[in-house]
Design a protein around this ligand. Structure first.
Ligand SMILES: Cc1cc2nc3c(=O)[nH]c(=O)nc-3n(C[C@H](O)[C@H](O)[C@H](O)COP(=O)(O)OP(=O)(O)OC[C@H]3O[C@@H](n4cnc5c(N)ncnc54)[C@H](O)[C@@H]3O)c2cc1C
Length: 308
């Protein structure tokens, strides 16, 4: 593992916890992969900003929420990950908006919204990531997307500066989010969001959440480590249909397998898959679909770090 340049903690009193060579399998839902050179758990927003200013110039940084769309290669990530998820992340009503910190898990936002009689956030109940991850990915399902309901966001930059930004500051699309003014995910990250939802009926919102979760339970291999849909759906088609039509359900490489339940999911059934097995399986599915249908599948999952 390449040594990471030490950070200068002398000028700032940091209150969070810093770990070296942190095994990232603990922090990603695939339960596989290598270590991060450095992992920081900020104490709060001010501490996060202070920490970012201590990083060596050019240090690769990756914010991690619940790691439900992320894989770190077996050779590790030679940089710093910031572990954002917190069970204590704050959420509150501000006028007719819901403000949630990036650390909050999406299902909590869905439940909080329903409890306060808002509709439109039910889809978030089945997205097992954080608000920060949902903003970065424009997570969505069942006809809704995160940025449909964002009123504004708060970001932090590498220089430790906070900015309130409007949706118009971003270019968003299907699982795609770019910040016009800066490099999102390299120079600027999400720390909070305000959601604008429609006033509705508490009971209806709750029963919609139940219905969507039941649909997921029936269709997705939620009992095995996975990272949700591996590929984006090509226009007018479904990645799962194409992979299944190639006869790849159940296909295995090392410890990784294409789910028999949902062909766009790769599972780690025994918890023994290496990141390389998962990546090889992604490559195999891509090549097979390309050969058979001439369609280039584009991965939705993010892969970082170096091969072993
Ligand atoms: C069972 C299952 C079902 C899923 N269903 C869906 C679904 O229906 N729809 C859908 O869209 N996705 C789905 N996913 C994928 C995943 O849950 C979403 O992409 C989610 O938004 C990722 O959030 P996270 O906090 O886990 O992000 P992570 O996986 O930790 O990170 C994902 C990306 O976001 C970046 N990021 C994370 N936090 C921040 C931040 N604060 N600021 C800037 N960048 C950040 C990371 O650097 C990384 O590039 C599913 C996953 C699983 C395991």
């Amino acid at each position: 593992m390449k040594m990471t340049e030490p950070i200068d903690r002398s000028s700032v009193a940091l209150r969070g916890s810093l770990r070296l060579n942190e095994p990232m399998a603990k922090h990603v839902s695939w339960r596989a992969g290598g270590v991060a050179g450095r992992a920081y758990v900020p104490a709060d927003r001010a501490d996060l900003a202070a920490f970012l200013t201590t990083l060596p110039k050019g240090e690769p940084v990756c914010f991690v929420g619940l790691g439900s769309n992320l894989l770190v290669r077996d050779g590790g990530f030679h940089g710093t990950v910031v572990l954002m998820h917190s069970r204590h992340g704050a959420m509150r009503l501000e006028g007719d908006l819901i403000r949630a910190e990036a650390a909050v898990a999406c299902p909590k936002v869905a439940r909080f919204a329903a409890t306060h009689g808002f509709e439109g956030a039910e889809f978030l109940a089945g997205v097992p990531g954080t608000v920060g991850g949902a903003l970065a990915m424009n997570a969505g399902c069942y006809g809704s997307e995160t940025w449909d309901v964002v009123a504004k966001v708060l970001t932090v930059s590498r220089a430790g500066k906070f900015s309130e930004r409007a949706p118009a500051d971003f270019q968003t699309g299907y699982r795609r989010v770019e910040l016009r003014a800066s490099r999102l995910g390299e120079e600027e990250w999400f720390v909070a969001a305000w959601f604008r939802l429609r006033a509705g009926d508490q009971k209806r919102a709750r029963s919609r959440i139940k219905e969507l979760l039941a649909k997921r339970m029936a269709e997705q291999p939620l009992d095995l480590p996975n990272a949700g849909s591996v590929f984006r759906n090509p226009r007018g088609d479904h990645a799962a249909r194409l992979i299944e039509a190639c006869g790849l359900k159940g296909y295995e490489i090392g410890g990784a397998r294409i789910s028999e339940k949902h062909a766009n999911f790769i599972v780690n059934p025994k918890g023994r898959a290496r990141a390389a097995d998962i990546e090889a399986l992604i490559g195999h599915a891509r090549e097979t679909v390309k050969e058979r249908f001439g369609i280039e599948l584009v991965p939705e999952v993010r892969i970082i770090g170096e091969a072993a």
